[in-house]
Design a protein around this ligand. Structure first.
Ligand SMILES: [Zn+2]
Length: 289
C-alpha cells in the first residue's frame, strides 16, 4: 500500500525542498539560481512555465519562480489534474516529463476548409456585379463627352457634336495606350481607340490577362471596347473617360464569361465588374485623378 502510494506520488520523489531552510546554498551564478521548488533551477522552471503556457495553463509571469499557492503552482496543479497526475502543484520529475511530452506534441491537424478556395471556383452569374451596387456608386459616373476624357474639361451637358474629330487621345494626360501583347484588342473602329484607357484600367487588364492565360492555356483576354470616341454608350458611361472596358476571351466562348468575371474580381484592381450580358463582361475603375 505504501509502495503503491509512493509510485503515484512519483512527483514528490525528489527529496523535495519545500521551505527556505531546506533549499540548497544560494547560487553563485544566475544559471544555477533556484526556482523555489525542490532542486529545480530558475532556468528549468522558466521552461516548465513556458510549457504550461503553451498548454493553456496560465503560470503568470514567466519568471522561473515557483511558490506554494502561487500562479505557477496553480497552473501545475491544473495540468496534473488534466493529465491524471497527483495534483499537488509541484513540478516533480514525472510532471516534468508529461509536460514536455504534452507541450512538444504536434499540433492537431487543422480542420479541412469547409468551402473551396473562392478563386478556384468563383464565377459571376449573368447580370451580377461585384460589388453588388451600381457602377456610379462604386467608381462614379463617366459623364464627359467622348473626347472630354480630362476631368472637368467639359462642364456642360453631353452633346455628341462636341467631340472634336482631331482630338487625339495621346493628348490626354490620363489616357495611356495599352500595347500588352497578351491582350487581343478588337479595334473594330480601326483607329486603336480600344487600346486607350486610364493607367488604373491598364494595370487591371494587364493583371487579368495573366490570370486568363493561366486559366485557359492558349486563350487570351480580349478587349472589345475601352475608350469610346464614337459615343456608342449612354451619356454618362465610364467608357468616355477610358475607365470602362468590355472584355471577352479571345475564343469568344461564352461559357467562359462567368469565370472571366470571377477572374476580373480576383485581380483586385478592377473596381467594378459586371456580367452585363451573355456576350461580354464590363469592368470599370475609379478615376486616376
Ligand atoms: Zn461597357
Amino acid at each position: 500500500m505504501l509502495l503503491l502510494r509512493k509510485r503515484q506520488d512519483d512527483d514528490e520523489d525528489e527529496g523535495g525542498y519545500e521551505s527556505l531552510e531546506d533549499l540548497p546554498p544560494p547560487p553563485t551564478s544566475s544559471g544555477t539560481e533556484m526556482s523555489g521548488y525542490s532542486n529545480v533551477t530558475r532556468a528549468k522552471m522558466r521552461t516548465i512555465q513556458g510549457q504550461l503556457k503553451t498548454l493553456d495553463f496560465d503560470p503568470g509571469v514567466i519568471d522561473g519562480k515557483w511558490k506554494l499557492g502561487g500562479s505557477t503552482y496553480t497552473a501545475v496543479k491544473g495540468f496534473q489534474q488534466a493529465y491524471d497526475l497527483t495534483a499537488d502543484g509541484k513540478p516533480g520529475r514525472l510532471t516534468q516529463e508529461k509536460l514536455a511530452e504534452a507541450a512538444n506534441a504536434p499540433a492537431p491537424e487543422p480542420e479541412p476548409e469547409l468551402e473551396p478556395e473562392p478563386e478556384q471556383l468563383y464565377e459571376l452569374a449573368l447580370h451580377q456585379s461585384v460589388p453588388d451596387a451600381s457602377e456610379g456608386a462604386i467608381v462614379g459616373d463617366g459623364g464627359g463627352p467622348p473626347c472630354a476624357v480630362v476631368k472637368g474639361m467639359i462642364a456642360g451637358a453631353f452633346e455628341l457634336e462636341t467631340c472634336d474629330p482631331d482630338w487625339l487621345p495621346e493628348s490626354s494626360p490620363y489616357l495611356v495606350q495599352n500595347t500588352n501583347p497578351a491582350i487581343v484588342f478588337k479595334d473594330e473602329e480601326g483607329h486603336g481607340g480600344d487600346r486607350y484607357m486610364t493607367r488604373r484600367m491598364a494595370a487591371g487588364l494587364d493583371a487579368l490577362a495573366v490570370l486568363v492565360a493561366n486559366e485557359w492555356p492558349g486563350v487570351k483576354l480580349r478587349v472589345t471596347e475601352a475608350w469610346d470616341r464614337e459615343a456608342e454608350h449612354r451619356h454618362d458611361s465610364t467608357h468616355y473617360e477610358g475607365r470602362g472596358a468590355d472584355i471577352t476571351t479571345s475564343d469568344k466562348d461564352q461559357s467562359k464569361y462567368g469565370r472571366l468575371g470571377g477572374l476580373a474580381v480576383a485581380t483586385g484592381k478592377l473596381d467594378w465588374v459586371w456580367y452585363e450580358d451573355a456576350y461580354h463582361i464590363h469592368v470599370a475603375v475609379r478615376p486616376d485623378w
